[in-house]
Ligand binder design. Structure first.
Ligand code: HEC
Ligand code: HEC
Ligand code: HEC
Ligand code: HEC
Ligand code: HEC
Ligand code: HEC
Ligand code: HEC
Ligand code: HEC
Ligand code: HEC
Ligand code: HEC
Length: 302
């Protein structure tokens, strides 16, 4: 395509184009074309579309990430809307072009995934909690009318998510919370909303460790003396990840009551301590300060 080639040579991006082709399958390998266009239409190229859709081209396409679909011999507009000759010959016949406004969510997802499924971030989408509950790409993204140009989002996080997740909104408004509303971190730091192999679409580190360790490495260990639940049940067994009415985002209002869920006195449960539960022992982490694990003390004193 002429525009694409010129652009390429101009910026000397030939290697980038090769890279892109490796990552994104060409559009004709894409999902099934809609019947309206499949039999008769040919690709006419982005310059033709531009003649009638110049405003959209200039304001809602050229300046987006999808301009890259015109590079090399990509089909630009037609890589999503399908071959357009019949639409053009019909003077803009809207029944002869693939329209996302009338398409089912599943069909729209399939078109997007024809290029994006190979990408690490989106490859688990079909089995995700979002896809299974009929939340599609276009509930969160808009190629032409994104409110947040970065990542083409229909609105920025966390507003985007709160529209459907009222409980999360309430949790982040609690007195002790990760500062998502304040813009210090984002839902997507911990979740991959395109789906994961874990429950709750929670990200994991490449090492397999919980995502929490990315920012709280000191709590993860390994330690000479591990506090077993940190490893077996994970951070969420004692903390709420979003927010809590308790300091340190603890699930239980008093530390001793948290411990007593597993440790019973005097000597029962996984490891009943030798001491009793008199008042002086109630602030457990006063003495057992290295509660996530220790390299020095088998009872986590330091
Ligand atoms: C001869 C002028 C003309 C050309 C060339 C043209 N279009 Fe259109 N197109 C129109 C008109 C007119 C409409 C209907 C009004 C509107 O939505 O802007 C339209 C509507 C559309 C729609 C909206 C369909 C819907 O209802 O959701 C899409 C998508 C579209 N065109 C894509 C393309 C693509 C892709 C190309 C290049 C292959 C192209 N058009 C070339 C005139 C044209
Ligand atoms: C990445 C896929 C993709 C590409 C590439 C693409 N479109 Fe679209 N188009 C969409 C989607 C999805 C919609 C539905 C509105 C939205 O979500 O932004 C849409 C909507 C439209 C509409 C309906 C009117 C509107 O503003 O929503 C027209 C017209 C249109 N596209 C024309 C084009 C033209 C012309 C090009 C190339 C300059 C193009 N599209 C490139 C996906 C694409
Ligand atoms: C023809 C292949 C193709 C199709 C079909 C396609 N995309 Fe893309 N998409 C791309 C390319 C190429 C990029 C740019 C990637 C890059 O910069 O690394 C991109 C980038 C994106 C981005 C990231 C934008 C950014 O700023 O980082 C989003 C979000 C996206 N696409 C969503 C969609 C959605 C939603 C659809 C379906 C309506 C879709 N894409 C269909 C090829 C495609
Ligand atoms: C529930 C909302 C939601 C849905 C549904 C969704 N996305 Fe996203 N997407 C996001 C958010 C938020 C980001 C930015 C944070 C991130 O990268 O995780 C993003 C980022 C992206 C990116 C840029 C990051 C990257 O991987 O390069 C692409 C491309 C993308 N989405 C494509 C898609 C496609 C294709 C679909 C449908 C198969 C889809 N998204 C469905 C919310 C969503
Ligand atoms: C259009 C509505 C909608 C939007 C927008 C949306 N979600 Fe969802 N989300 C759902 C639905 C419906 C489910 C499945 C039912 C449920 O668990 O609530 C879901 C499930 C989830 C789950 C898995 C919950 C579980 O129990 O497995 C997570 C995590 C999630 N969404 C996070 C996000 C994040 C983060 C965003 C913003 C980037 C977001 N969602 C945007 C509707 C949405
Ligand atoms: C610090 C990491 C982190 C951040 C930030 C985060 N989440 Fe979560 N989220 C989690 C973890 C971990 C779980 C699983 C908790 C469990 O299984 O007990 C979860 C669970 C969920 C669930 C399932 C229902 C529930 O409440 O347990 C939804 C929905 C959800 N998150 C949405 C969101 C939204 C929306 C945002 C941003 C506003 C967000 N999350 C930000 C870590 C996080
Ligand atoms: C992207 C980085 C990041 C990730 C991922 C993360 N956190 Fe945090 N966390 C922080 C920051 C920064 C603070 C500092 C407190 C604040 O935001 O006010 C914090 C605070 C906390 C606190 C309270 C500390 C205090 O002194 O009150 C706890 C508990 C906590 N995080 C647990 C977790 C758990 C559990 C996970 C995994 C579900 C997790 N964090 C994931 C960045 C992160
Ligand atoms: C057995 C329960 C338990 C588990 C499991 C647990 N924590 Fe904690 N955590 C606590 C308690 C209790 C405190 C409060 C200590 C105190 O009283 O000062 C705490 C405090 C914290 C703090 C803030 C205070 C500090 O020392 O910096 C962070 C951050 C934290 N935990 C992160 C994590 C992460 C990340 C994980 C998972 C790797 C995790 N926790 C697993 C019980 C637990
Ligand atoms: C989710 C369950 C759980 C919670 C909550 C919990 N623990 Fe543990 N704890 C264990 C298990 C399991 C072991 C390992 C017992 C063993 O190896 O016999 C352990 C071991 C210990 C040990 C070392 C004992 C030994 O004999 O090795 C101490 C000390 C300890 N916990 C203190 C605490 C304190 C203090 C709290 C509260 C801040 C707490 N634990 C909360 C499950 C828990
Ligand atoms: C005043 C300091 C102090 C406080 C407070 C404290 N402990 Fe201990 N804890 C000890 C000492 C001392 C030991 C014995 C250490 C040893 O054997 O070397 C111990 C041992 C333990 C053990 C290991 C089993 C055993 O008997 O050796 C567990 C489990 C334990 N404590 C749990 C708790 C819990 C739960 C709380 C809060 C309800 C708590 N501790 C409060 C000092 C304290």
């Amino acid at each position: 395509m002429k525009t694409g080639r010129t652009y390429l040579q101009l910026l000397g991006l030939a290697t980038l184009a090769t890279l892109l082709l490796g990552v994104f399958r060409p559009a004709h390998a894409a999902a099934q074309e809609k019947s309206a266009t499949s039999q008769t239409s040919q690709y006419v190229g982005v310059d033709t579309c531009k003649t009638c859709h110049e405003e959209l081209y200039k304001n809602n396409f050229e300046n987006t990430a999808h301009f890259k679909t015109t590079l090399h011999d990509g089909h630009g507009c037609e890589s999503c809307h399908g071959p357009g000759s019949a639409h053009v010959e019909g003077g803009g016949d809207v029944t002869k072009i693939i329209s996302f406004t009338t398409m089912s969510k599943q069909d729209a997802n399939a078109r997007c995934l024809s290029c994006h499924a190979a990408k690490h971030e989106q490859r688990h989408f079909s089995g995700s909690a979002h896809a299974s509950n009929d939340v599609g790409c276009l509930d969160c993204h808009s190629p032409h009318h994104a409110k947040q140009p970065e990542q083409l989002l229909v609105s920025a996080q966390p507003k985007l998510c709160y529209g459907c997740h009222a409980t999360a909104k309430a949790d982040f408004a609690k007195p002790y919370h990760h500062r998502v509303d304040e813009g210090l971190m984002q839902c997507s730091d911990c979740h991959n909303v395109h789906g994961t192999t874990t429950i709750r679409q929670v990200r994991t580190m490449a090492s397999g460790d919980a995502i929490c360790a990315k920012c709280h490495a000191d709590k993860q260990g390994p330690f000479v003396y591990e506090h077993v639940p940190v490893k077996t049940e994970g951070c969420s067994s004692c903390h709420t990840p979003h927010g809590s009415t308790n300091p340190r985002y603890l699930r239980v209002s008093q530390v001793n009551l948290l411990c007593l869920q597993c440790h019973t006195f005097p000597v029962q449960g996984p490891a009943g301590p030798s001491h009793n539960q008199s008042t002086k022992y109630q602030a457990c982490t006063m003495c057992h300060a290295a509660i996530h694990g220790s390299n020095a003390s088998n009872v986590f004193f330091r």
